[in-house]
Design a protein around this ligand. Structure first.
Ligand code: E4P
Length: 272
């Protein structure tokens, strides 16, 4: 599974590329706002164009997703094209992120504007990452429209299921892949029992029909969920910096390091 960093913080991005563990970057409007607000609060003046250019260069040719902020098909297409023209020349690695359905509610019927924008941008040769996927059928339509990446939001599925059960939770807490039961029945959202269940079903559809899209497991919140996304066959997982850092931690690794260090044969360590 390829690992993307889910961040708009340049220092975090640089660090993971220095470690050599990242294969791409995803941003979204909230991540960008957080990064910009933090710098502005620290007294920095931000030139957003230069800031994004630095992110694109840091990615060393690997994909960077930039999300549109418009919601109507025509406007999304225009903005997607504009962002692509403005930034793809920097390092040839821009993917435009389009929501699978930009409606704010069932009543606001712009349900297919995202799919329309995906189709139009794809036809222009602009690669699209389709975001905010919560059902396998949304993923199927996005794939048919030509999206290169399909982003199911695993963590937010788990948040939603826990809310249904009135469970107090911390977002980074593990939620079982097989779901949780209440009154002898596994709690689900239209047949989806966990975020990883959603990822697995998206992968199954893509694989079954030999679709060209890659499943990008998004909204991953802890290392065990990353493992399960990989085992479910996700092509890509996008991880916050904190999750990447937590992936190497294990008490037995620390213990082993202490004993190996204690047992060093000095002549061996000094070999030149
Ligand atoms: C990435 O593409 C998504 O925007 C991101 O993973 C969402 O994560 P969150 O649900 O933790 O905000």
């Amino acid at each position: 599974m390829k690992i993307f960093i889910d961040s708009a913080e340049i220092d975090e991005i640089k660090q993971t590329y220095e470690w050599g563990v990242t294969d791409g970057i995803t941003t979204n409007p909230s991540l960008l706002k957080r990064a910009v607000d933090r710098r502005v609060a620290g007294g920095e003046k931000i030139d957003i164009r230069k800031y994004l250019e630095t992110i694109l260069k840091t990615a060393k040719g690997t994909p960077v997703s930039l999300e549109v902020t418009e919601r109507k098909a025509g406007k999304m297409i225009e903005q997607g094209q504009r962002l692509y023209d403005m930034f793809n020349r920097v390092a040839k690695n821009v993917y435009i992120k389009i929501p699978v359905n930009p409606s704010f509610s069932e009543d606001e019927d712009i349900h297919f504007d995202g799919v329309e924008a995906i189709r139009a941008l794809t036809r222009k040769g602009i690669p699209v990452n389709c975001t905010l996927i919560f059902t396998p059928e949304q993923a199927l339509l996005a794939a048919k429209a030509g999206a290169k990446f399909l982003s199911p939001f695993a963590g937010r599925v788990d948040d939603n299921l826990r809310k249904k059960m009135n469970i107090d939770f911390d977002k980074s807490e593990y939620y079982p892949e097989g779901g949780m039961a209440r009154n002898d029945a596994v709690v689900d959202d239209n047949g989806i029992v966990s975020g990883i269940d959603l990822v697995r079903k998206c992968v199954q559809i893509v694989t079954h029909y030999g679709l060209e899209s890659e499943v990008l497991a998004a909204s991953l919140r802890n290392p065990r969920q990353v493992r399960e996304a990989a085992l479910a066959g996700a092509h890509i997982g996008t991880l916050p910096f904190a999750v990447i850092k937590n992936m190497l931690k294990h008490e037995k690794t620390y213990e082993g390091m202490k004993s190996f260090t204690r047992d060093i044969v000095q002549e061996y360590a000094d070999l030149k």
